[in-house]
Design a protein around this ligand. Structure first.
Ligand code: KG4
Ligand code: ZN
Length: 356
């Protein structure tokens, strides 16, 4: 089955064509993040305007890329006939951005008479781990029960998956999301938006020469509590206080400290959950899963503690917002609804979709 996925929840306009939930035929992402770099954060109206400009060219490119053997003059209707269904993110996200994808997908469904599947963006992130990224790992797909950590710009959720569509929330952030913590502290350090890649790169410049320095300047709240919750809002206050107290800060070392505080918190609590729930697979996803130090530390800790769990982390391209994961999630949770019933829902939570 070939599914066209559409994703417009935030500042990425994305379309992808995926076969059987695992084979990516095309994956196109246009981002307006560079525009928000100037303001240090997203301006929702501007993100929505960029979505409107990009959506049709991005869908066109995804179609053309997927069916390369068709020449570029092929009319859009026959390209649309090559797909079996349309999947679209309906939440959570920014309402103006979500509406662009949802209305485009509904129009395409109506025009082509193809089924349409509404997809929860947070659940879709997890499916980055079900996509075949290269030949070597093709046989290596996650098995259930799985524990999944979703770490994005707006959310931090830890869920147990007994099967596709069977998701139980076991923990998450009480305030800022992990990605938000990177973005906000980067801003304090004068680094550009999005903060995660900027902090990671700047930290890398320090770590390359100081691989074994103790990095414990910033707090790791809630670590001793017997729950799977996080709190990241204190980090920006701690960073601001340090910056105020010191005349001269080493930005590279500071970035390494910030990264280690976030990574440490995520790893300790997730490892506790692996020990308690004993899943067969542990999957990380969302933009923060693109962080190299995070994947490294998970691998190290799982090996050190001899935990019998298979660890999965997607490539950065599939970890950050994209539409291939939307198409993949729709394939594994195939639940078409009449297009008239789909409405964008900015507040959707990770357990709101795929109820069984
Ligand atoms: O999943 P995503 O692309 O969009 C949302 O659904 O929010 O996540 C974006 C977040 C941003 O906060 C960004 O700073 C963070 O992911 N991020 C990273 C890295 N790449 C993106 N955080 C840490 N290290 C990275 N390499
Ligand atoms: Zn996302």
């Amino acid at each position: 089955m070939i599914i066209l996925g559409i994703e417009t929840s935030c500042d990425e306009t994305a379309a992808a064509v995926v076969e059987n939930g695992t084979e990516v035929l095309s994956n196109i992402v246009a981002s307006s993040a560079y525009m928000h770099a100037k303001t240090g954060g997203i301006i929702p109206e501007q993100a929505a305007r960029e979505q409107i400009k990009s959506i049709i060219p991005v869908i066109d490119e995804a179609h053309q890329g997927a069916f390369k053997n068709l020449n570029s003059n092929t009319d859009k209707k026959s390209l649309l006939n090559k797909i079996d269904a349309i999947a679209v993110t309906y939440g959570p996200g920014l309402i103006g951005s979500l509406l662009v994808g949802v209305e485009s997908a509904k129009t395409l469904s109506w025009l082509s008479n193809k089924p349409i599947i509404p997809v929860n963006h947070l659940v879709a992130h997890i499916y980055a781990n079900f996509i075949n990224e290269n030949q070597e790992t093709d046989s290596n797909t996650p098995v259930f029960p799985a524990l999944a950590l979703v770490v994005s710009g707006g959310h931090t959720d830890l869920v147990l998956m007994k099967d596709h569509g069977n998701i139980k929330w076991i923990g998450g952030t009480r305030d800022d999301a992990a990605g938000e913590a990177f973005d906000k502290t980067a801003r304090l350090l004068g680094l550009p938006y999005p903060g995660g890649p900027a902090i990671s790169e700047t930290a890398g410049l320090y770590l390359v020469n100081n691989p074994s320095t103790m990095l414990d300047l910033f707090p790791r709240p809630l670590l001793d509590e017997k729950n799977f919750d996080w709190s990241f809002s204190g980090l920006k206050t701690a960073v601001a206080r340090e910056l105020e107290a010191k005349d001269n800060v080493n930005k590279k070392r500071f970035s390494a400290e910030v990264q280690e505080a976030i990574v440490d918190s995520l790893v300790v609590k997730s490892i506790n959950a692996i020990k308690e729930f004993k899943p067969k697979s542990f999957l990380i996803s969302g933009g923060v899963a693109a962080n190299k130090r995070l994947t490294e530390k998970f691998k190290e800790t799982i090996a050190e503690e001899k935990l019998s769990v298979n660890f999965f982390a997607p490539s950065p391209k599939l970890a950050t917002d994209n539409a291939a994961v939307i198409a993949s999630a729709a394939y594994f949770n195939f639940n078409p609804v009449p297009w008239q019933e789909i409405e964008a829902n900015p507040q959707l939570s990770i357990t709101d979709a795929h109820k069984k």
